[in-house]
Design a protein around this ligand. Structure first.
Ligand code: UDX
Length: 435
């Protein structure tokens, strides 16, 4: 099949490369020429494990090409995926759909044979209907169907998630689009991935409901963690104890500094806007958003408290800045609020992250970035583990205790057993554990 991806961001590039790897003939379109030039030269616009190799091998096999020209890109396409950004609209939190609609219009004008336009970007319920209206307006004589196929990729594990998904959700109306989408996903269906065909509006809603549910799960365990701390329980044990109940499930019960990233914060807000527009308030999701926002800054106060309540003139070392490991993404990372809270209290911040420093420089000021994990601890008044990169899981705690000015470790991801930290001579503060 001939597949076109519009947009070479996270979702577009990973999906395009994976479709090519499954044997489809893929063309990726992006209006940003410098981005396309770089990808063609083997430089990926994002850090994602395995992506550069996957793109390169499919370029060599002649299964994936890149262009800035929509007309060339969609020529002979059976399915055109729209994977452009849907950022939160400034001011009101609604998803900004201007890029999606512009792409839909360009594609409808350019396609050369009957095809399906598929939204892969996360779009609010009803977006497919609006695309259908645009298509009918600009290309009334063409056979174009509109489908929704939300993506459930996690950054850092995106290729694995694409190739071995828990499920594939496709929302479409009518047999023609269903047939094309079944053919698109046939290689994965053979891998036993359940392909769920739903109404288009249901597919659009599934994506938001899934992300809001996961954000709720995290926020729930984060609040339970706070209670554990006061009540003398250990949230790690509590999470395991409840997660083994099949009705609850063990995933996404890891307490931490609050969720961040490109999806949960933006999608929960957009879902609340849809709820408001439909006059159906989603009180639980409202609470999740507020609790999570407050939590990130509260983590800064937690560090200050662990340091005795006064940090003016002191140096705090941060291990990890990205919103989670294996990504360079800083969008809504808890580290941003933590750095701000520490600096507001007069502390100096020093930080190390394996991948996100360039991105971090754009969103935080007056931070000293160092080149190695141990450099963060050198002469600092406390060390804070913010992102659980694997490289931070086996640090020599005794060495760190010897390097720090004050022996304080704040472990916001519960990576280290408190007893090991104490044995190394460090004072331990974790999340939801006896301090
Ligand atoms: C998420 C969804 O998992 C994915 O299905 C969707 O398509 C996009 O959004 P992603 O943002 O890449 O993916 O990261 P994810 O691994 O889900 O983590 C999101 C945030 O939640 C991170 O800040 C992470 O640290 C935090 N988190 C996750 C926790 O604090 N505890 C957990 O148990 C799990």
């Amino acid at each position: 099949m001939r597949i076109t991806m519009i947009g070479t961001g996270y979702v577009g590039l990973v999906s395009g490369a994976c479709f090519a790897d499954f044997g489809h003939d893929v063309c990726c379109v992006d209006l940003d020429k410098s981005k396309i030039d770089k990808i063609e030269a083997g430089i990926m616009p994002i850090f994602e494990p395995g992506l550069a190799e996957l793109v390169a091998s499919n370029v060599r096999a002649g299964r994936i090409t890149f262009t800035t020209d929509v007309v060339e890109g969609v020529k002979d396409a059976d399915a055109v995926f729209i994977a452009v950004g849907t950022p939160s609209r400034r001011g009101d939190g609604h998803a900004d759909l201007s890029y999606v609609y512009a792409a839909a219009k360009d594609v409808a004008l350019a396609v050369t044979k009957p095809c399906v336009i598929v939204t892969k970007s996360t779009v609010p319920v009803g977006t497919g209907d609006e695309i259908e209206r645009i298509v009918a307006e600009v290309a009334p004589d063409k056979q174009i169907w509109v489908a929704s196929n939300p993506e459930f990729l996690r950054e850092g594990a995106a290729i694995e998630d694409f190739k071995r998904p828990d499920r594939i959700v496709v929302g479409c109306e009518g047999p023609e689009a269903t047939k094309v989408m079944q053919d698109v996903y046939r290689p994965l269906s053979l891998n036993k991935a359940p392909l769920m065909i739903t109404a288009r509006r249901s597919a659009e809603m599934i994506k938001y409901a899934a992300n809001a549910f996961l954000a709720t799960k995290i926020t729930f365990i984060n609040e339970v963690a706070d209670l554990c701390e006061k009540a003398g329980a250990d949230v790690q044990e509590v999470a395991r104890g409840i997660g083994l109940d099949g009705r609850i499930g063990s995933k996404f019960l890891h307490a931490g500094p609050g969720y961040g990233g490109s999806c949960f914060p933006k999608d929960t807000l957009a879902l609340l806007k849809t709820a408001e527009d439909n006059d159906v308030p989603l009180r639980i999701v409202e609470a999740v958003v507020t609790v999570n926002d407050n939590r990130k800054r509260a983590m800064g106060r937690k560090v200050i408290h662990a340091m005795g309540g006064e940090v003016r003139g002191k140096t705090v070392g941060l291990l990890g800045l990205a919103f989670k490991p294996n990504t360079d993404d800083m969008r809504d990372a808890p580290s941003i609020a933590i750095v701000q809270a520490l600096q507001d209290a007069g502390a100096k911040v020093r930080a190390y992250d394996p991948e996100s420093v360039e991105q971090a420089k754009m969103v935080m000021k007056d931070v000293e970035f160092v080149a190695k994990p141990y450099d963060v601890a050198d002469g600092a008044d406390a060390l804070v583990l913010v992102t659980e990169w694997d490289a931070f899981r086996a640090l020599d705690l005794k060495r760190i205790a010897g390097m720090l000015k004050a022996p304080i470790l704040v472990d916001l991801r519960n990576v280290y057993p408190p007893a090991d930290v104490a044995a190394a001579g460090l004072q331990y503060t974790g999340i939801g554990r006896a301090q």
